[in-house]
Design a protein around this ligand. Structure first.
Ligand SMILES: N[C@@H](CCC(=O)N[C@@H](CS)C(=O)NCC(=O)O)C(=O)O
Length: 250
């Protein structure tokens, strides 16, 4: 545990030396995580890197600067990573790459079928839940508005997605049982968003409705040092983002 904590601290020290924009002379054998710390997909990967104790740099890149990084991320989305071999976009692809490239501290279960079940849960957390809730962010987080039709449709689809998550999740104490997995990193960052967005748009916390164990689970997860690091950085990133006063809707 001490060793893990030391590695986290080392990760923090490394990131502190590169915690704003790129210096351009980063150690290219080290992963550089690019994006900004308000993004749940960015924080998914940050948690994975911290949990796996992989040393990494961070490079601050905002989505509206997309023309400057389209070569690394074809859709102009963040996060993406720079590696010694080139760039990679799409957080799930990056997660799979990190698992294969750094197998020492696995975050996928040991057997082939259990690994597939972990990915099945991740898919339901992302494609069928967070990605649906995301249609509401313009209104819930960014001061815009979305149509009643979108709200109705999103509620229906989010209900299905969250029911699927409820069917697959165990919360005993981790989301897939007794072992911490990549699905916990994914669930934590997306639950934060779904919780807030459904409260704001529907006046009801849909997460708690369909996943009654979620409050205790989030509290339990809050005790993990990587989560604490990520959340402290997220607060700082949010303050910096708000100061910019730019028009952005997710
Ligand atoms: N499927 C992508 C989603 C990434 C994503 O949507 N990122 C947001 C920030 S959280 C973004 O870049 N938004 C700006 C845009 O879509 O132009 C992934 O898993 O990496």
């Amino acid at each position: 545990m001490i060793q893990g904590h030391e590695a986290w601290l080392e990760g923090i020290r490394l990131r502190e030396s590169y915690n704003t924009t790129s210096t351009g002379d980063e150690d290219r054998t080290m992963i550089t995580l690019c994006g900004f710390g308000v993004s749940n997909y960015y924080n998914k990967l940050k948690l994975i890197l911290l949990e796996k104790e992989i040393p990494f740099h961070e490079r601050l890149v905002y989505p509206w600067q997309r023309e400057s990084f389209r070569e690394s991320s074809p859709l102009g989305k963040i996060p993406f990573i720079e590696t010694e071999y080139g760039s990679l976009s799409e957080s799930q692809v990056i997660l799979d790459y990190l698992e294969e490239r750094y197998p020492e501290q696995p975050l996928y279960p040991a057997t082939v079928f259990a690994r597939a079940k972990c990915r099945e849960l991740i898919q339901n957390l992302e494609l069928n839940s967070e990605w649906v809730a995301r249609r509401l962010y313009k209104e819930s987080f960014f001061g815009g508005s979305v149509s009643e039709e979108t709200k109705r449709e999103a509620k229906e689809r989010l209900t299905s997605g969250l029911k699927a998550v409820a069917q697959l999740a165990q919360f005993s104490p981790y989301i897939l049982g007794s072992t911490f997995t990549a699905a916990d990193c994914v669930a934590y960052v997306h639950f934060l968003m779904i919780d807030q967005t459904t409260m704001k748009i529907y006046g009801e916390n849909m997460l708690e409705r369909y996943l009654p164990n979620v409050v205790a689970y989030m509290k339990f997860m809050d005790s993990r040092p990587p989560i604490q690091t990520m959340m402290a950085d997220r607060d700082a990133a949010l303050a910096a983002f708000l100061k910019l006063n730019v028009k952005y809707d997710g």
